[in-house]
Design a protein around this ligand. Structure first.
Ligand SMILES: [Zn+2]
Length: 112
């Protein structure tokens, strides 16, 4: 497996890209980056559980809420639920995906 790029490399990339204020990063690119980053995080260990995320006051999407209240173990609650929700697929391909529920990062990207 390839090692992740170091900070210096990422800073050079960021300097080279430099977007002006009028330029917006397409929502579908944000969605793809988010998916890739979370997937990389999953490979290094379990994600924070939905119970803990909720306890810290962060909003969960409807699918995460269902899993969070379900009678399943904390291990199941540490999975990336949004990885399997259809919002991910739509958000990775469309800049204005027809998804509207709150709390899902894939829905939030089109608002930013
Ligand atoms: Zn979601």
């Amino acid at each position: 497996m390839a090692s992740p790029p170091d900070d210096e490399f990422m800073e050079k990339v960021a300097d080279a890209v430099e977007l002006s204020e009028s330029e917006q990063v397409p929502a579908r690119l944000k969605a793809r980056l988010y998916s890739a980053l979370v997937q990389q995080q999953v490979q290094t260990g379990p994600l924070m559980s939905l119970t803990e995320i909720n306890a810290r006051g962060h909003q969960l999407c409807v699918f995460e809420q269902l899993v969070q209240i379900a009678p399943v173990g904390e291990r199941a609650k540490s999975l990336n639920i949004c990885r399997v929700c259809h919002a991910r697929v739509l958000a990775e391909h469309l800049d204005n995906p027809p998804i509207y529920w709150n709390g899902c990062p894939y829905v939030e990207f089109k608002k930013s």
